[in-house]
Design a protein around this ligand. Structure first.
Ligand SMILES: *Cc1c(COP(=O)(O)O)cnc(C)c1O
Length: 421
């Protein structure tokens, strides 16, 4: 029996309404930017499997690093023990993270990295005897699906059933070229009227919101205002990290650096679930005390998994390699050219590019998981292109190693899709 059929007996998939969803596609092989299903059909992975596999699937250097690691040290608990992959990865990250980042806390996925970041910020104030109970976050942000992360997220389609159970969060609009004064004013009022602990944001690009951009100048001004009030600024770089916005981290494009950063997804080149919450010395020092309970009593069983660390170290080497840098520049240029080609199409409301991210807002109203969205999704799949439109936004965020031919096929298919939208 085919995978697609066997799957249906026992498996409950994420983000899926099982009553109406088509059976999933059984994938048996992945290499570079390609996926193959059990019938031999090939798909181009146009969003690098949720922007994780940025160096391509099954990259030989990553595979080799993980297999070597597996033979030496599979796993050891990370409380009371340490290991070479974690130490080496931390040393190497320090070379590329913003200078104020000084400590690395390991978790096992994006949501738990955010969860740890929020808890660090809350305890930072608690340890100083201050009660601060409010988080500030952007409208339409996405930070993950555990309760703290979900509280910070502002996408109602995910959160509605849980709204009565969330942390206290006040939302502000993202800063655009025409609203910064108003947003700053709103933030000033929020800070004056509440005990704000942290400001959490996806820097420069809100991924799940539909690859929405905001200005670095605006975000800088908001961070400054928060830091003046001792509000811990948490940059959720789980999507933006590792080169997607043109720089290693989106925070590299800011003057005011976040106090805490969350890394995940492409951190391990899509090979392993591992995440990091990094922080400044100042944040770390607030947890030092003769009192044991002032420490950060938070752990995930698989923290700093050696296999994930080994994949991440191999990934970092690729990130800064001449080959990948060249590919990144190629994709950026190709995106720009395609954007120019389609920007005046009647079905295109807006097209925008940043780094290797290309997003097209269609001139149609549709629900996030509505019928037209599903039709579009299927249209791409039927043509061997794996893209996941976010409502009426189609975006392309390909693995850096995608070939010219594959990228052109994605563009052509998107252009063809405009006719049915
Ligand atoms: C994917 C994502 C998360 C959640 O990561 P998981 O590994 O899915 O838990 C959090 N924040 C952002 C910005 C993300 O893109």
């Amino acid at each position: 029996m085919k995978l697609a059929k066997r799957d249906q007996a026992y498996i409950w998939h994420p983000l899926t309404q099982h009553q109406t969803a088509r059976p999933p596609i059984g994938i048996v092989k992945a290499k570079g930017a390609s996926l193959w299903d059990e019938n031999g059909t090939e798909y181009i992975d146009g969003i690098a499997s949720w922007y994780t596999a940025m160096y391509g699937h099954s990259h030989p250097q990553i595979v080799e690093a993980v297999s070597q690691q597996m033979k030496e040290l599979d796993f050891v608990m990370f409380s009371g023990f340490t290991h070479e992959p974690a130490v080496k990865l931390s040393e190497q990250l320090m070379e590329i993270l913003p200078e104020n980042q000084q400590k690395i806390f390991f978790n096992d996925n994006g949501s738990t990295a955010v969860e740890a970041g929020i808890k660090m910020a809350l305890q930072f104030h608690h340890n100083a005897g201050e009660k601060r109970d409010t988080l500030i976050a952007f409208e339409n942000g996405f930070h993950g699906d555990t309760f703290g992360a979900m509280s910070a997220s502002g996408l109602a389609s995910y959160n509605a059933p849980f709204e009565d159970f969330l942390l206290k969060v006040i939302r502000i609009p993202t800063p655009q070229s025409d609203n910064l004064d108003a947003v700053l004013k709103q933030l000033t009022t929020i800070i004056a009227k509440n005990n704000c602990a942290a400001f959490i944001f996806e820097p420069l690009v809100q991924g799940a919101a539909g690859m929405k951009f905001h200005t670095a100048e605006g975000l800088d001004a908001l961070i400054k205002k928060c830091q003046e009030a001792e509000i811990i600024c948490i940059a959720d770089e789980i999507m933006t990290g590792f080169g997607k916005t043109g720089t290693n981290f989106a925070s590299d494009q800011l003057q005011n650096k976040p106090d805490i950063m969350c890394l995940g997804k492409a951190l391990t080149a899509g090979m392993f679930p591992l995440s990091i919450t990094s922080c400044s010395q100042r944040v770390f020092d607030r947890f030092l005390s003769d009192q044991v309970t002032k420490g950060f009593f938070h752990a995930h069983t698989f923290s700093a998994h050696p296999l994930g660390c080994a994949a991440a170290i191999a990934g970092l080497k690729l990130l800064s390699s001449a080959e990948i840098l060249e590919k990144r520049t190629y994709i950026e240029t190709a995106h720009q050219q395609f954007a120019n080609r389609i920007k005046s199409h009647v079905k295109v409301k807006e097209v925008r590019c940043k780094g290797v991210i290309l997003a097209i807002d269609l001139q149609v109203e549709m629900e996030r998981y509505g019928n037209l969205r599903d039709t579009l999704y299927q249209f791409f799949i039927d043509r061997g292109v794996a893209l996941r439109p976010l409502g009426s936004t189609v975006y392309v965020l390909p693995p850096y190693v995608i070939t010219e031919k594959e990228l052109q096929k994605i563009y052509d298919t998107v252009e063809e899709a405009l006719a049915i939208a």
